[in-house]
Design a protein around this ligand. Structure first.
Ligand SMILES: [Zn+2]
Length: 319
């Protein structure tokens, strides 16, 4: 189900009306507002008019909808990343990221409040704990928690969490920033690789042989490759790191020598693969980029099975 379908399903269950009726009301609302709002936006208004407060209800992670401001979930922490400090545009502070999961899916949680972050720093919440999050903002598929939000240990037990990263198969034209997806696409452009250095210990970016945490180090050289993918519905600028570049049939020698790469570059064009990753907004250029986390060969058997499972579109039927 997409966001809109989930929302309609939710409203229909809470209001005790059937989904068709909710959709009719949403369409009517949209028409009344001259189509100026999205289906999701119209659905939120319909919910409010029905006296529902979807924000207050506890949701499964898969039911979270972009733009919710008071999302409540109970989920298990499956990963906690080290607390980071930032200093951007004259504002300094700390931010902590973790991944939580329930039996529907998993999601990233971003903590901005020092009191919440202190819970991690003091190990009061740790990996494996079940937590209750209230008043979270849902942005780009992540739950953001400001000082208006709350996080606390829950006594509930959650079994069978979805710990694997979920990549749903989607068309590029349907996907938005913050989503994880899997798509079958062709490389239509490939740029020269760019190189950077990382610390051999923490694998984080090192600048001029210096790591922020480990000081002077003997850095490791890493490469990134910018390509443009096309899946037939849209093109998207994409970035591939490390060994995923090798999966395009390039040896390390060809990746780390611009001369050798130039000979191989034309072979990359037209290559069709399954690409997995996350769509991210590049805030510098305000564009959406596909950050590729995995590449697989196109499995013809699977494709054939998928095609067979689909009803034949009327225009492809012989007349
Ligand atoms: Zn380091």
């Amino acid at each position: 189900m997409d966001n809109y379908e989930k929302l309609v399903d939710r409203i229909s269950k809470s209001a005790g009306l059937d989904a068709g009726e909710i959709e009719r009301r949403v369409e009517a609302k949209k028409a009344k507002l001259s189509g100026l709002i999205s289906k999701e936006g119209a659905a939120q208004i319909v919910a409010a008019e029905l006296g529902l407060n979807l924000d207050k209800e506890r949701l499964k992670l898969s039911e979270l909808v972009q733009g919710m401001k008071r999302a409540n979930v109970v989920a298990k922490i499956i990963e906690i990343y080290p607390v980071r400090e930032y200093n951007k545009n004259g504002r300094a502070g700390k931010v902590a990221n973790m991944v939580v999961a329930d039996d529907s899916t998993n999601a990233k949680v971003v903590l901005w409040d020092t009191n919440h972050i202190a819970l991690i720093e003091q190990s009061k919440i740790k990996q494996g704990d079940v937590i209750e999050i209230s008043n979270g903002n849902v942005r780009n598929g992540e739950i953001h928690l400001s000082s208006f939000g709350d996080i606390k240990i829950s006594n509930e037990k959650i079994e069978n969490v979805v710990a694997e990263k979920v990549f749903s198969q989607k068309k590029l034209s349907d996907a938005g920033s913050g989503q994880s997806l899997k798509t079958r696409a062709v490389i239509v452009q490939a740029f020269e690789p760019r190189y950077f250095e990382v610390c051999p210990e923490c694998k984080k970016r090192a600048f001029e042989g210096e790591c922020k945490i480990h000081g002077k180090v003997q850095p490791l050289k890493r490469a990134l490759l910018n390509i443009v993918l096309d899946d037939g519905t849209s093109t998207i600028r994409s970035v591939i790191f490390g060994e995923n570049i090798n999966k395009l049939g390039l040896s390390d020698e060809e990746i780390f020598s611009l001369e050798k790469f130039a000979e191989k570059r034309v072979n990359l064009l037209g290559e069709e693969k399954m690409f997995f990753g996350n769509l991210k907004t590049n805030s510098l250029y305000n564009t959406t980029e596909f950050n590729i986390e995995g590449i697989e060969e196109v499995n013809i058997d699977v494709l054939v099975r998928e095609l067979e499972a689909k009803p034949i579109a009327p225009e492809t039927k012989a007349s």
